[in-house]
Design a protein around this ligand. Structure first.
Ligand code: PEP
Ligand code: MG
Length: 566
């Protein structure tokens, strides 16, 4: 078994078709007949555009309008006036069409590859695709006809380009495995839209795979099994069929409002860790972002990201979300999240130590930088600020006071921001649960972090296997804590959401509906499943369930009872 990055969920079982690229090498030569050479180039570009347009048309039917635009983008690349003008100039100076076009594409590829963000770097792959297409036509090389691939084919390629994917017959392709690529590449996006299981960045797959051999591709786990045995094939087939059935059922919920069976509408948003994940949230039909864990921006660096770097990251997520909610949580380091360059001292009890809001309030420069960046990004969307690990009123007041000072600063500097930006808190400590009524008077919203709330309520470390039997959000104590937080928030008129893992637990959902939660923030792939769960409950039925659950005395009794009603 080998492993890569699972970029499109589902299990594919089939026979390998190795997509080996023809060499596009050519011998640069002196163009003698300059007019003829230009005509040869123009005709290659015309045929390329014609083929690409046909691919876009077929993609429009199989994948949709938006995806077809990826191919139409290739037409724009090849018709770029600067590129065409430069190719013309080079041919005028005697360079052959192949070399002229190749060198100009190479220049674009270098520029895109050097970009900071992943999305722009992926555009280099599009230019490579265009270059290969036009060079093949100039060199008279016959393309590999992927449209002829028989049913049950698993494509193995070094890099699969969008034009190759546009050519395939979706029903014949059981899976895709590539040696390069990432989940944000266009081919990964297309694979997801076409619902073809895909694993990318599998090292050495072109060496190891042989056309015609059996293969299993698991686009969820990233596992690839070459020449599987009967038992592996049976297990994979079972998983494939189960996933397909689930997916068919869940697709009914795409594009729908998140509402209970009696019509109460809820907000169903996503937890993200990187700005680009905002696009993933939308792709999975999330209605915004309920938790942007900003510590990943800090973890990916070797020093504190500057205000400008953070501003760009938050702004990017805000722009992607186009006015949909984006709750940005301020730095939540410490506990299990270390950032070496901050030089945090080793502590006896890191989970009870100098972390999250405590660290930020004591490092005002670092906190100022982050809050200024978030405030500036708020001019570009529907942004809110959220403080983690709140345990007392002073922390909220101090954090908000700093926000107010920075607002005044930005105003004086003439920098735009949302003057009505909401400032909420995570209720994830036992203390915050107990004084939720006091905190509700200081906060614009609550988001319950059950991952930590469970640990702090049960005094059970979430990563310690020996106490994992205690670590459950269905413990009566944790459920009472959740109920009292929601009730406190509701009675003070502020919205209460949940961004801990429990928000996606089918056993928890009826209880949350009954308690009055208004927002569920879950991982992107859980969106449709949670929407379905919510749609299955009325308030009346949820209340009856909650009443029984809250009268039970042990986690096991609660779990046993809930398993009979979901
Ligand atoms: C939580 O504690 O529930 C939460 C969402 O935050 P994190 O998992 O990042 O601590
Ligand atoms: Mg937490």
């Amino acid at each position: 078994m080998t492993k890569g990055k699972g970029v499109s969920v589902g299990v594919g079982i089939g026979k390998i078709l190795l997509v080996e690229e023809h060499s596009l090498e050519y011998t640069p030569h002196q163009a003698e007949d300059l007019i003829g050479e230009k005509a040869r180039f123009k005709s290659a570009v015309d045929v390329f555009c014609e083929n690409t347009r046909a691919q876009a048309e077929s993609l429009k039917i199989t994948a949709g309008e938006k995806e077809a635009e990826i191919m139409l983008g290739h037409i724009s690349i090849v018709n770029d006036p600067f590129l065409l003008g430069e190719v013309d100039k080079q041919i005028d100076s005697g360079t052959c069409a192949e070399a002229a076009f190749d060198s100009m594409c190479e220049m674009f590829i270098q520029i895109f590859s050097a970009a900071e963000d992943d999305m722009t770097r992926q555009r280099a792959a599009d230019v490579r695709d265009v270059r290969a297409g036009v060079l093949r036509l100039l060199l008279g090389i016959n393309e590999i006809r992927l449209s002829d691939a028989p049913a049950g084919t698993v494509l193995c390629a070094k890099e699969l380009t969008p034009s190759m994917i546009a050519e395939i017959k979706k029903e014949n392709i059981a899976g895709i495995v590539t040696e390069t690529g990432s989940s944000t590449s266009h081919s990964a996006i297309l694979a997801r839209v076409l619902e073809i299981p895909a694993v990318m960045s599998v090292p050495g797959i072109m060496e190891a795979a042989k056309s015609g051999d059996d293969i299993i591709v698991d686009g969820g786990t990233g596992e690839v099994i070459l020449s599987p045995d009967t038992e592996e094939l049976e297990k994979a087939a079972e998983k494939r069929d189960r996933l397909l059935k689930e997916r068919r059922e869940l697709e009914k919920y795409r594009g729908k409002e998140t509402a209970s069976a009696d019509g109460t509408v809820y907000e169903l948003v996503c937890n993200i860790g990187k700005p680009d994940d905002a696009a993933k949230a939308l792709e999975f039909d999330g209605e915004g972002v309920g938790l942007f864990r900003t510590e990943f921006l800090f973890m990916d660096k070797t020093s504190v990201p500057t205000e400008e770097e953070q501003f760009e990251a938050y702004k990017k997520a805000a722009i992607i979300l186009k006015g949909k909610p984006l709750i940005i949580r301020t730095l939540d380091i410490g506990g299990d999240k270390d950032i070496p360059y901050l030089g945090l001292a080793k502590e006896e009890n890191p989970f009870m130590g100098f972390r999250a809001i405590r660290y930020c309030l004591n490092n005002p420069e670092l906190f100022r930088t982050q809050l200024r960046a978030i405030l500036r990004a708020s001019a570009f969307g529907n942004v809110s600020i959220m403080f983690p690990l709140i345990t007392c009123v002073e922390e909220v007041r101090e954090g908000k006071a700093l926000v107010e000072t920075l607002k005044a600063e930005l105003k004086a500097e003439g920098i735009a921001f949302d003057t009505n930006i909401k400032v909420g808190i995570m209720t994830e400590t036992a203390a915050s649960g107990i004084i939720a009524d006091l905190l509700a008077e200081e906060s614009d919203f609550f988001s319950i972090g059950t991952n930590d709330l469970t640990g702090y309520t049960m005094a059970a470390d979430r990563g310690n296997a020996d106490v994992s039997y205690l670590y459950s959000a269905l413990q009566p104590s944790v459920l009472r804590m959740i109920r009292s937080i929601i009730q406190a928030g509701r009675s003070k008129g502020i919205p209460v959401g949940m961004c801990g893992e429990a928000a996606a637990d089918p056993m928890m959902i009826p209880l949350l509906i009954s308690f009055g939660l208004t927002e569920f923030s879950v991982s992107a792939p859980s969106v449709l499943r949670v929407r379905k769960c919510i749609s299955e409950w009325t308030k009346e039925k949820a209340d009856k369930t909650a009443e029984i659950v809250m009268s039970l005395k042990t986690e096991q009794e609660i779990r046993d009872y809930l398993s009979t009603v979901i």
